[in-house]
Design a protein around this ligand. Structure first.
Ligand SMILES: Nc1nc2c(ncn2[C@@H]2O[C@H](COP(=O)(O)OP(=O)(O)OP(=O)(O)O)[C@@H](O)[C@H]2O)c(=O)[nH]1
Ligand SMILES: [Mg+2]
Length: 632
C-alpha cells in the first residue's frame, strides 16, 4: 500500500476545488459559507484510489489572499502539489505566492494543471503555457508536466490521473524510524465518540489504543479510533491523512496548530535557530528583530526574527536566524517553516529549523559555525554537535529524541558510532557526555585541586562535595562517573570522601614531624582522659599555627574528635574492646559502670559512651547501653 498526499495550490477561482471534485467525486468545500460564496475558505479533503494499492489523499486549499494562513496549514505535510492555473487568466499573485510557499517548504515534486481549458483559445493557450514555463524555470516544477484540463468537458482528466499516478509512484517511501507526529488541522466532536482530530501524519506511526499527547497543552489521551479516508484502520503511518478519535481529551482544549505525538517526548520551546531565506521578490529587506508570522506545521505564531549574521537580510539572500516566538511550539530539527510579514500580510521567506532547544542567541562566529555544522554536517557530526551543546551535564537519550532529527534506531546507531570512536562517553546506558566536555572538567578539577593543595598542603584532599560544587554543581551521577574515569586514568585519587591530585602527598618538614610526634604521644599516653587542645599546646609549648598538625592527625584518623574532646585512636579501640567484653558478661553498662571500668570521670565517660553509640557498637536504652548486635 502506498500513501501519498497531494495538495492543490493556486490563485482564487482558478478551479482547484472543481478539479478535485471532478477527479474524486468528492466536493472538498464542506462549509455552508463556502457553498454560498462559491469560494474555498478553509482546507478541504478528498481521496482518489489509483489502483494497484495506490491511494492519494488530497488536500484542497483556498486561493484567496486572506486565507493563505489556511493554505499553509494544508500544505505542510504534502508530498506532491498540483499547481492550478486557469487557462483563461494565467499566472496571478497567489499562483506565485503558493509556488513560493511550496518551494520554501521543500515540496519535492508536482505538476501544473491548466484548468478551464474549455474557456481559452488555442493561441491564448500557447501564450499562457509560455508564461507558466517562465514562472517555473529554476523551481522544483521546472520541466515538469503541464496538463490542460477542463472540469466542464472532462478533457485532460484521464491524462492528469496518469501523471499523478506516475509522480506518486516516484515519491520515495517514508522511513518508519521516526517519532510519531501529526500536526492537527481540524478538531471536531462526533456524538457518541467525542473528540476527533485530523491531520497528515508527518512522521512515524500511531496505532489504536496507544497513548498520545496533544502539544503544547500537556494533554494526554488514548487513541480510541483511527480512520484514513473514511475507513477504520488499526494504524496510521507517515504520509497518510488520519482522523484520530481521542479518549480523554476535551475538544475545547485543542485547536489547529497543536501537535499530536508521543507522551512526554517533545519539549515546547519559545526559541528556534534556523536558516532563513528571503524571497527574491520580498517587498523589503528583513530587519533585525522584525516581527513576523511563523507558519510551522499547521500552526501560526508571531515571532521576532533575530538575525545572527549581517545587519539585514536582503531579498534573495539567506542567513541564520533565531526565531523568538510569542507562544510555544513543538518541533524538531529539519522541519521547514514559512514566514509572512506582519503587514502587508505576504509570504516573505522561510527555511529549515536547526536547533529546537537553543540558548538565547548571542551573535558570534562560533554560533554561525555551529549552525553550519547542524545544517550541513553528516548525521554523526550533527548528533555530536547536539551532545556538545548539552555541555558538562550531558544529555539523556530522551533529550536527544526531543532535540535531534533522528528516529530511535538511527539515534542508537549514531550514538554507537560516537562512543566507539571515543567522541562521546557513556555515563550509563541512557546518558551521554561529550569527551571534550569531560576533558574540560578534568582541567577544571585539576586546577581546583592544585589550588587546594597549595593552600592546604597538609590536608590529604578536597571533599568530593566541594569539588562537585567547583565543577558547577555537576549532576551527581555524571560527577561520580567522571571521578571514576579520572581516577583510572591517573589524574586523581579518591580516598573515602576525599579527592586529591594523584601526585599530592602530605609532606612535613623535620620540625613539623617532631611536633606531630610529640602531639600524638601526648594524646596516646593520656589514654581515655585526654587533655584539651589548649592544655596540650601549653604543655608542649606549641605555636598557634601548629593547629594544622592536629588536622593532619585527624585526617590520618590517628586522633578522633568526640564532641569537644580529642582521643587517640588506640586507647579508643582498647576502650571499645573492654566495653564489649563487659557487655558480653553483664549485658548492660551505665555511666557509673563506665567510670569504674576505666577509672575516669563523667566528663570522659559520657562522650565515650556516645561515641560508641555513634559507632553503632552500643545502643542506648534509658540510662543504660546494651550491645547493638547480639553476640553470635
Ligand atoms: N468553464 C469552466 N469553468 C470552471 C472549470 N473549473 C472551474 N470552473 C469554474 O470556476 C469557478 C471557480 O472554481 P473553484 O473550483 O471554486 O475555484 P477554486 O480555485 O477552488 O477557488 P478558491 O478555492 O476560492 O480559491 C467556479 O464557478 C467553477 O464552476 C472548468 O474547467 N471550466
Ligand atoms: Mg476552492
Amino acid at each position: 500500500m502506498r500513501h501519498v498526499v497531494v495538495g492543490t495550490a493556486g490563485h482564487i477561482d482558478h478551479g482547484k476545488s472543481t478539479l478535485v471534485h471532478a477527479l474524486t467525486g468528492i466536493d472538498p468545500d464542506r462549509l455552508k459559507e463556502e457553498k454560498e460564496r462559491g469560494i474555498t475558505i478553509d482546507i478541504g479533503f478528498a481521496h482518489l484510489d489509483l489502483g494497484d494499492g495506490l491511494t492519494l489523499g488530497i488536500v484542497d486549499v483556498p486561493g484567496h489572499e486572506r486565507f493563505v494562513k489556511n493554505m499553509l496549514a494544508g500544505v505542510g505535510g504534502i508530498d506532491l502539489v498540483m499547481l492550478v492555473i486557469a487557462a483563461d487568466e494565467g499566472v496571478m499573485p497567489q499562483t506565485r505566492e503558493h509556488l513560493a510557499i511550496c518551494q520554501l517548504l521543500h515540496v519535492k515534486a508536482g505538476l501544473v494543471v491548466l484548468t478551464k481549458a474549455d474557456l481559452a483559445e488555442a493561441e491564448w493557450h500557447e501564450l499562457v503555457q509560455e508564461d507558466v514555463r517562465g514562472l517555473l524555470r529554476g523551481t522544483f516544477l521546472g520541466g515538469g508536466p503541464i496538463v490542460p484540463v477542463s472540469a466542464k468537458t472532462g478533457e485532460g482528466l484521464a491524462s492528469l490521473r496518469g501523471e499523478l499516478a506516475a509522480l506518486a509512484r516516484a515519491v520515495p517511501e517514508r522511513g518508519t524510524d521516526a517519532t510519531f507526529r501529526l500536526p492537527i488541522d481540524r478538531v471536531f466532536t462526533i456524538r457518541g465518540f467525542g473528540t476527533v482530530v485530523t491531520g497528515t501524519v508527518a512522521a512515524g506511526q500511531v496505532g489504536l489504543d496507544e497513548r498520545v499527547e496533544v502539544y503544547s497543552h500537556g494533554l494526554q489521551a488514548k487513541v480510541r479510533g483511527l480512520q484514513t479516508h473514511g475507513h477504520p484502520v488499526s494504524q496510521a503511518v507517515s504520509g497518510q491523512r488520519a482522523a484520530v478519535n481521542l479518549q480523554g481529551a476535551e475538544r475545547a482544549a485543542i485547536e489547529r496548530g497543536d501537535v499530536l505525538s508521543l507522551p512526554g517526548l517533545l519539549r515546547p520551546t519559545y526559541m528556534l535557530d534556523a536558516t532563513c531565506e528571503l524571497l527574491a521578490d520580498a517587498p523589503a529587506p528583513l530587519k533585525p528583530r522584525q516581527r513576523v508570522r511563523v507558519h510551522l506545521g499547521t500552526s501560526e505564531v508571531m515571532a521576532r526574527v533575530h538575525l545572527l549574521e549581517g545587519d539585514a537580510l536582503e531579498p534573495g539572500q539567506r542567513g541564520y536566524v533565531q526565531l523568538r516566538l510569542e507562544a510555544p511550539v513543538v518541533a524538531l530539527p529539519r522541519d521547514r517553516y514559512v514566514i509572512r510579514s506582519y503587514s502587508p500580510m505576504v509570504t516573505i521567506g522561510g527555511g529549515e529549523l536547526l536547533d529546537v532547544a537553543p540558548a538565547k542567541a548571542r551573535r558570534s562566529p562560533a554560533l554561525v559555525a555551529r549552525l553550519a555544522r547542524l545544517e550541513r554536517g553528516a548525521p554523526d557530526a550533527v548528533l555530536e554537535e547536539h551532545i556538545v551543546r548539552a555541555g558538562p551535564g550531558g544529555a539523556r537519550t530522551a533529550d536527544l529524541r526531543a532535540r535531534t532529527p533522528f528516529g530511535p534506531e538511527a539515534l542508537r546507531a549514531l550514538l554507537g558510532n560516537l562512543t566507539a570512536r571515543g567522541q562521546v562517553l557513556v555515563v550509563d546506558r541512557e546518558w551521554f557526555v561529550h569527551a571534550a566536555a569531560a576533558e574540560r572538567l578534568r582541567e577544571t578539577a585539576r586546577a581546583a585541586l592544585a589550588a587546594f593543595h597549595a593552600r592546604e598542603p597538609l590536608r590529604p584532599g578536597m571533599s568530593k562535595e566541594e569539588l562537585r560544587t567547583r565543577l558547577g554543581g555537576l549532576d551527581e551521577r555524571v560527577f561520580l562517573f567522571l571521578l571514576d574515569r579520572f581516577g583510572m586514568d591517573g589524574t586523581l585519587a579518591v580516598e573515602k570522601d576525599k579527592v586529591r591530585l594523584a601526585s599530592h602527598q602530605v609532606r612535613l618538614d623535620a620540625r613539623q614531624q617532631a611536633v606531630l610526634d610529640r602531639l600524638e604521644a601526648e594524646f596516646r599516653d593520656a589514654g581515655v582522659a585526654p587533655p584539651s587542645l589548649e592544655e596540650a599546646f601549653a604543655k608542649l609549648q606549641l605555636r598557634a599555627d601548629d593547629q594544622t598538625l592536629v588536622q593532619v592527625l585527624l585526617d590520618a584518623r590517628r586522633l578522633v574528635r568526640v564532641k569537644e574532646l580529642y582521643f587517640h585512636a588506640e586507647p579508643l579501640r582498647e576502650t571499645e574492646a573492654r566495653v564489649v567484653a563487659f557487655l558480653r558478661e553483664r549485658q548492660a553498662i551505665t555511666p557509673q559502670d563506665m567510670k569504674e571500668l576505666l577509672g575516669i570521670t563523667r566528663k570522659y565517660a559520657i562522650p565515650l559512651l556516645e561515641h560508641l553509640d555513634s559507632q553503632r557498637v552500643t545502643v542506648r536504652v534509658g540510662d543504660r547501653r546494651v550491645l547493638r548486635e547480639a553476640p553470635p
